[in-house]
Design a protein around this ligand. Structure first.
Ligand SMILES: NC(=O)c1ccc[n+]([C@@H]2O[C@H](COP(=O)([O-])OP(=O)(O)OC[C@H]3O[C@@H](n4cnc5c(N)ncnc54)[C@H](O)[C@@H]3O)[C@@H](O)[C@H]2O)c1
Length: 393
């Protein structure tokens, strides 16, 4: 049996909304015929696009053969046929819209950060629990092929005792003077929810928590390296938000993690994000897609002698981890899980409380930078409120 599920999608005229959530997830799921539930029922997502700009919505719906769209969020949410609200608006708009959707009794799924402050992030998490709606946050990096390979190595005990995790994320974002910037200008304005710290620390929270141990403390230095940029209309503006973050974390179990995030670095890596993990028995470097390893027994003897050319070709001494399955889009994998969660009650650990942990780490990172000191990361909630029975299937 096939069942259509109406989903209000807000913010899908944006970068993430169009490419990852609409085209590569929801429409791709429709094209493959839907998502199979354990009982054999097939669920087909049916999007209703919501936004401010009628022209953009029309051209998006026409380009993809989507029938329903609206510029009125309240009206869309008042439709009893709608079961799910999805939000990929700019960050400052998220909490309010998610709150309205929860109040309307809809299940909610949204981009990260779920809010610009921990208080607001917790507020929508609590509200969703109180109202008994199923809720989720995008944690796409967990489903990238490179990080899935890394997780398999961790779970298989490849590393022995993990000592450290060191990450490099970033690339050069043009300032917009001459060559257009490849990121929206709100990213560089604090008052509009911008800043790389808020953007990336919520990713690092779930990556570190899920792979290596809960983040227990943080020390972070931010910077606004490029103080003036040019916006979408070619007008100069002041960059009021940070464009680089240099963060160190202590994890449960004693692992030390350090991740640099920057929109002001030129890439001399294999991928735009790389994570090196060193353990007593072996090491790995994972990117978005690939992962390579060096076992302890295979480790060359490195000797410091700058007077002579090094005889080791270090890069060639690593082995690739094979890709033995077809990888799907990371956002789509999570969408399918969320749909099975809503419609068949399958587990979905990536809820708004997990989202709040991301907002918490970003807030503490900013605080650490301001005060130039280490901060503990308190546990958010240990005794979770029981989930109420939802009025939905
Ligand atoms: N998971 C990831 O890897 C990832 C990557 C990038 C961005 N994001 C998150 O996704 C969200 C969107 O980022 P983006 O890069 O797609 O931004 P974007 O600027 O390309 O898109 C933002 C969307 O919000 C809408 N919007 C903007 N101002 C609005 C207003 N005043 N009222 C109503 N709608 C408004 C826009 O029309 C657009 O649809 C952000 O919260 C960001 O943190 C996540």
């Amino acid at each position: 049996m096939v069942r259509n599920v109406s989903i209000v999608m807000n913010g899908v005229t944006g970068r993430m909304g169009t490419r990852q959530h609409l085209v590569r997830s929801v429409l791709a799921i429709r094209e493959q015929g839907g998502v199979m539930l354990p009982g054999g029922e097939v669920v087909v997502p049916d999007p209703i696009l919501v936004g401010r700009n009628e022209k953009k919505l029309r051209s998006l719906t026409e380009a993809h053969g989507i029938e329903r769209w609206s510029t009125d969020l309240d009206e869309s949410l008042a439709d009893p046929e709608v079961e799910i609200y999805f939000d990929s608006q700019t960050t400052t708009r998220r909490t309010e819209a998610v709150r309205v959707a929860i109040e309307a009794g809809k299940h909610v799924y949204c981009e990260k950060p779920t809010a610009t402050s921990l208080d607001e992030a917790l507020e929508i998490s609590h509200l969703a629990r109180e109202r008994g709606v199923k809720n989720g946050v995008v944690q796409d990096k967990l489903f990238l092929p490179g990080l899935l390979k890394l997780k398999r190595l961790v779970d298989g005990g490849f590393f022995g005792r993990i000592l450290s995790v060191r990450g490099e994320f970033g690339y050069w974002v043009f300032d917009g003077d001459g060559r257009p910037a490849q990121r929206p200008s709100w990213n560089y304005r604090e008052e509009d929810g911008g800043g790389i710290l808020l953007d990336m620390l919520c990713h690092w929270r779930y990556v570190l928590d899920n792979l290596f141990g809960e983040v227990e403390s943080v020390s972070c230095l931010g910077a606004t390296h490029v103080p003036e940029r040019w916006d979408e209309n070619n007008e100069p503006y002041e960059a009021t938000a940070d464009d680089a973050a240099y963060a160190t974390f202590e994890l449960a179990g004693g692992v030390v993690a350090h991740i640099n995030s920057s929109w002001c670095v030129r890439v001399n890596r294999d991928e735009l994000f790389e994570l090196q993990v060193d353990g007593t028995q072996g090491s790995a470097v994972a990117g978005l897609r690939d992962c390579k390893i060096q076992h302890g027994k295979n480790t060359p003897k490195a000797v410091w002698n700058p007077d002579l050319p090094d005889t080791n070709d270090y890069r060639s001494q690593w082995l690739g981890v094979p890709q033995d399955y077809d990888s799907d889009n990371a956002f789509k994998i999570q969408w399918e899980m969320y749909l099975r969660h809503v419609l068949a009650g399958e587990p979905f650990p990536y809820d708004l409380l997990e989202g709040a942990k991301g907002a918490q780490l970003a807030e503490l990172g900013l605080w650490s930078w301001r005060e130039r000191r280490w901060l503990e990361v308190p546990a958010l909630e240990t005794s979770r409120m029981p989930e109420k029975e939802s009025g939905h299937a």
